[in-house]
Structures are given as structure tokens and as C-alpha cells.
Design a binder for this molecule. Structure first.
Ligand code: MN
Length: 251
């Protein structure tokens, strides 16, 4: 949505400048621009309403914590399917994505199908997941306001990591573990099944997901098989704490 609004403004500005040069009235141009945009948006939304952003690093960038083949299959097959199936669901259920953001869709997910729930969650969760990680850089933990909040709400960074790891290990079957900021601005840890997340109105735990780990077997099984705990332990080494800290401060 933000990008679309930005593009609209850019388009109107660019068109306005051209019109001044050509001596065309601003009103006529404004009307022309609106029609062009409506046509463009309608066309665009009929093809692919939801697309994956490019992975912000190479498939092998997170090795040895996550191997290149796991990343490639996870991103180009599993996550691609969530984007495609979400696109199908919004068309089948007549969601006007020019008017409702993905976050708002999740907040009203009880109004839609199981297909919408699974794939809206799947798309949101994975688009976030890729950004939470980066190649090991030497910066090994949170800092600033996020660190202060973690220490306040969990006692210490170590206590937070232990509690988060336990939630990720003990999620039965497929799902995610989350660091969540509650509506009362308190950090807490919880896990959700399948592709649910704490933005969903049907979720048992609600709030803003600051950080999350995918504990579906597809996220780790090629390298770790049944040893989910080893995957979780290695995952702490590939977190992009700059991004996570910014995400927390932007809430
Ligand atoms: Mn996944």
C-alpha cells in the first residue's frame, strides 16, 4: 500500500511537470492520471496481487546455520506457494487489496476461508522471516531500546533466549515461535500452530510480532533431521539485530 501511494504521487508529480511544459490544464491531467492509475491497479491486481520480495542475500549466505538447499527450496517452493495461493484466495473472495493491507487482512482473518488464513499467514510470516536473518556479522545480540525492553520484561538476555528456544522446541508439529509486543507494550513469548501469527484475530496470542522462527520441518529437516533444538541453537547466530531493533522501535 505504501509503495502504491508513493508510486501514485510520483506519477502525478511527473505527469504534472510534463503538463506544464505542454500547456495542459492541471485538472485534465489529474483526471487522466486517476484513470491511468485505476486501470493500472486493476490490471496489476488481476495478475499477481502478492509477490515475494527478492531474498536479501544468497541462498548460501546463512551457512552453516541454514544450508543453501534448504534456503532455496524454502524460498522458491514453499514460500512462493503461499504468495501464489494468497493471490488466488484474495481474487476468489473479492478482497480489494488496494483498500485492505495484509496486516488488516490478518486482523480480520476470521471473515475469510481456511485457504486465506493459511496463505495470508504463510506469506506474511515468510516475508518477515527472511528479513530477520543475515550472514553472521559479529554483532551477536540486540542493543539499544530492544535490549532494554528484553532485560525489563525477561530479566536478562539469556533468560529471553532460553524461554524463546523452549517455545520453539516445544511447539508440537508445525508452527512458529514469536517474540511479541503486547497491546500493553510488554514483550512476551508464545508459539502459534501452522501459519498463524499474533496479528490474526483468531490467534490465542495477540500483538505485534517482533521476531519469529519457522519450526516447520521444511525449515530445517534436510540438515538437522529430527534435531530441531540444534537448528534453533544455530539460528541465534544468523539474526539481523539491526533490522529487528529497527522493527521494534518503529512499532
Ligand atoms: Mn516455512
Amino acid at each position: 500500500m505504501k509503495n502504491k501511494n508513493f508510486n501514485r504521487r510520483q506519477f502525478v508529480i511527473a505527469t504534472g511537470k510534463a503538463s506544464i511544459a505542454a500547456g495542459i490544464s492541471a485538472t485534465a491531467i489529474s483526471s487522466f492520471a486517476k484513470n491511468q492509475l485505476a486501470s493500472h491497479e486493476q490490471h496489476h491486481s488481476q495478475i499477481t496481487p502478492y509477490k515475494q520480495e527478492p531474498l536479501p542475500y544468497a541462498y548460501n549466505a546463512l551457512e552453516p546455520a541454514i544450508d543453501a538447499l534448504t534456503m532455496e527450496i524454502h524460498y522458491s517452493k514453499h514460500a512462493a506457494a503461499y504468495a501464489k495461493n494468497l493471490s488466488e484466495a484474495v481474487q476468489a473472495e473479492n478482497v480489494d487489496i488496494a483498500k485492505i493491507s495484509l496486516e488488516d487482512l490478518l486482523g480480520n482473518i476470521s471473515k475469510y476461508s481456511v485457504k486465506m488464513r493459511n496463505n495470508a499467514g504463510g506469506h506474511y510470516n515468510h516475508e518477515l522471516f527472511w528479513k530477520l536473518m543475515s550472514a553472521p556479522s559479529g554483532t551477536s545480540g540486540p542493543s539499544g531500546k530492544l535490549l532494554t525492553a528484553i532485560q525489563k520484561d525477561f530479566g536478562s538476555l539469556e533468560a529471553f533466549k532460553a524461554q524463546f528456544s523452549d517455545a520453539a522446541k516445544s511447539r508440537f508439529g508445525s508452527g512458529w515461535a514469536w517474540l511479541i509486543l503486547s497491546h500493553e507494550k510488554k514483550l512476551f513469548i508464545a508459539s502459534t500452530p501452522n501459519q498463524d501469527n499474533p496479528l490474526m484475530n483468531i490467534s490465542d496470542v495477540k500483538g505485534f510480532p517482533v521476531l519469529g522462527i519457522d519450526v516447520w520441518e521444511h525449515a530445517y529437516y534436510l540438515k538437522y533431521q529430527n534435531k530441531r533444538a540444534d537448528y534453533i541453537a544455530a539460528w541465534w547466530n544468523i539474526l539481523n539485530w539491526n533490522f529487528i531493533g529497527q522493527r521494534f522501535e518503529q512499532i
